[in-house]
Design a protein around this ligand. Sequence first.
Ligand SMILES: [Cu+2]
Length: 814
Amino acid sequence: MFLTPRLVILLPTVLFLLGADAKIPRVAHPGSKQAKYLASKRPTTTAAQVSGSFTGTGWSASAPEVSAPYANIWQELTNDEAADVIAFLHNQTNLNLTAAADAGSWDNSVMRVEIVTPNKTDVLPFVDNSQRKPERWARAAIWVGATTEPYVIEYQIGPLPISSDSTLTSLDWLTTKGTTYQRNYDADEDLTSEFMYNVSASVQDIVTDLLNGTASGSDDDDLDIWGIDPLWHPTPDTTVQWVTYWRIPSSIFDGETLMPQGLYFEVNTTGRDPLGWSVIGWLYRDVYYNSTENFRAAWEAGELEKSALNLEGPWIGTDYRGPTTSVGANSTMWGSEKAPPVMVPPSGEDGIRYKVDVENKYVEWMDFSFYIAFRRDSGMRLFDIRYRGERIVYELGLDEALAHYAGNDPVQSGTAYLDTYYGFGPYAFELLAGYDCPTYSTFLNSTFHAEEVSTTHPNSICLFENDQGYLIQRHSDDAYVASTKNIAFTVRSASTVGNYDYNFDYTFYLDGTIEIVVRASGYIQSAHYYGNDDYGYHIHSGLSGSMHDHVLTFKADIDILGTSNSFANHTVAPVTTTYPWSHGMERSTMKLFRSYIDNEDNSKLLWPENAHSMFMIVNKDAPNEFGEPRGYRIMPSKGGGMHATIQNSSNLINSMNFATHALYVTKQKDTEPRASNANNDYDPANPVVDFAAFFDGESLDQEDLVVWFNLGMHHVPHTGDLPNTVFTTAQGSMQILPHNYLLHDPSRDSLQTVRIDYNDSGVQAVHTFGASFATGLVNLTSTVPEFWDYRGDIDVRKFPYDPQHPYNDTESIV
Ligand SMILES: [Cu+2]
C-alpha cells in the first residue's frame, strides 16, 4: 500500500498541477499544459456539469434525517471560512504573501488552511455539561521561500468567524520540537528536476544505448527521473538525493512504478544556487562510478553489460485481458460475464435503518452514534462515538502511514514515505457507487483547502448497512435452530496516494464491536531486478517486487464511562499447581493473570506471542455487578497488528517513533493530538512532532488514556501483485470490543433473530419476534451504477475568491 513516489520529480508535466501537495507550492491554472496532460489520462468534468448539479452538502442524502445533538465542532473549514482566513492572512503584511496562483519558489504563499481540532478538554464541558462552545480556530501552513534558507511554518488564526478580534498566533504548542518552523531543503524542486534532466542530457548517448529513451522534462519523454524520499543530509549542511529512471506509460494505465530502468545517479543539491549543484556518482548493475567521466569511460570501453529493461505491455494494465493471457489460453472465468449477486435495500429508501444529519455529518445506526470529520493530512476521522448513549471513543482516525522500502539500490534503500506529507485528503476522490460501495449507500462530500483552492470530493465518504455473509450467532440441537443475522454498518473512504489505493472502513457491529480496517490496492513501487534477491522476489523480466513495510498508525482515544480509565493486561499462562482435590499431585494447567500497565514508561507494547494476553481499557471505578471492571478490549483481527521491521531508519531518523511497536498507550494531552505532522518529512531528523516525546513517565492509572495502534503488513510483492495488489490479502484490521461492559451479548436486542422449533414430525413453531421480512419486487436495474455521473473532484479558487466558477482538477501523483 501506500507507495507514494516523490511527486516533485515525477512527471514534470504533472508537477505544477498538484496544488494540494504540501511540497508542491505552485498551482497550474485549469487549461494549462499540465491540466491537459491529466485530462488525457483521466476524464474530467466540465465546470458546467459541476455547477449544474452540485449542492455542496452531499450528493445523496436518501437516509432518514436526524438532527445532531450538537453541531459538528470538528468539521473542516467551510469554503467561506477558508476564503476569509486566506484573506486575513494576505492582510498580514509581515507575512509578505503572494497569491498561490502567482507564487514562485522564492515567494511566500499559503500552502493549506484547515480547522484546528478543538481541544478535548474544551469540548467535553460543552458536549457533556452544556458549557461554553469551544472557539473555532484555523491553522495555516505557510511556505516561506523568500530567503536563502526556505522553510515552512504553521500559525493559528482565530477565533472564527474572522472579526476584529481575530489574531494570528503561534501554533508551537502543538509540537514536540517547540516550534512549527521546519526547514525545507527541497524548495527548488523545479530547478532540481531541470538539473537532473540536464545531467541526463549530458549522457544522452549512454541513456539511449542502455535504456532506449529520453528524460528531458518534455511531453514527448518516454523516461522519467525521480528517487528517494525524504532527501538525505550526510552532513547537516549538505543535501543529496539518489534518483533513477522510470519508463512513462504511453497508455492510460498508471504503471510507471512497475517500470524502473536500473540506472541511478546521485546529485548534491545543497543550497539554492543551481551553479553549486553537482553529480556525485552513478550506479549501474551494482557498480558505482564516482563521476560522470568514469561512468562514460566504462561505457565507451564497452564494460557495461545491458540489463533487461522493464517495458510497457498489457501486463501493466488492469483491464480484463481476454481468453489468452500469460498464464495460458482459455483462462476466462466461466460465468463471469453474468451479473453477480447484488446488494439491495429491501424497500428502497424506506428500508434504510440509519439516520444522517448531512450538514453535521452525524450518523445514528442501531445503538451507535458518531460524527465524521475530514482532514487534509489524514482523511476521514470519527468523533464522539457513542454506544447505548455512552461515549466509547472520543476520537478515531489515521495519524500517519509509513511505507519503508529496502534494497541494494540507493533509491529503494532511500525510500521511506510518510504519506500524510502528501495527504490522504487530497486524494480521497469520489467513490464509485456500485463498486466502492453499494449503490444504495448514502454518500457524503469532503473538502480540503490547499494552495488557496478549496477542493470538494463529491461522494467521497459512503455509509451503508450490509449483511456480513455469516451469522453473528447460531445454535441448533435436536429440538431447535436459532440464528441471528450479522448486519453491520460501515463508513468508508478511499485515497489514491500515488500508485497505491488505501481503503478505510470503520464498521459497527450489533454486539457493540467497532472494527477499523485498512486495505491496499493499486500499483506497487518496484525495483529493477539486479542482485536484489535478498530484497524481494523476481516478478517480471527485469523486475523485483521491492520489499517494504506498511505501517499505518491510528489514534483511538477510548473513554469508558468517563475519562478516568486504566489499561489492563489479562494474560493466560501455563502453571503447575496442586488443588485440595488433587491428592497432592501437581497438575499442569493454566491461569488468568490480571495486571495493569500503569505508567508511560511501560506502555510501548507488542502483541503477545500466541495472542495469550488481552489488552483492555477499563474503568476501575465502574465495576459491573459481579465486580469486574467494565471495559473495551482492543484486539487485532484481519492480518494482525504489526510494527516496522527497521527500528532505526537511516532515512527517517526521528520521524518514525510511532512505528517501533504494535501499540502504545499515553495519557491524553491537548498538546499531543497527533502522533506525527505532515511537515516532518521535510526534515525527518528534526520532526515537528516526535512521537517518542509523548512518553514522559506519566501515570496511566485512572487517567484519560489514548491508544495508538499500527496496522499494515510486511509487503514482499509476488507475481500476484501484478498488475495491482489486491485488497483480499493486503489488509489489516483492529477490533475495539466490549469486555465485561454489558451483562450479556447485546446482539440479542436485534429483532433479526429467528428460532425454529422442530421434531420428528417437522417444524412445530417459528419465532420471528416481530421482525419484518423483505417483500415486493426488486428493481435490479436500479442497482446499476450511473457511470457517467462520476466526477472526481470540484475546485474553487480562493484568492481571489471565485465561487461562481468551479472547475475539475483531479490530481494524480504518478
Ligand atoms: Cu505494498
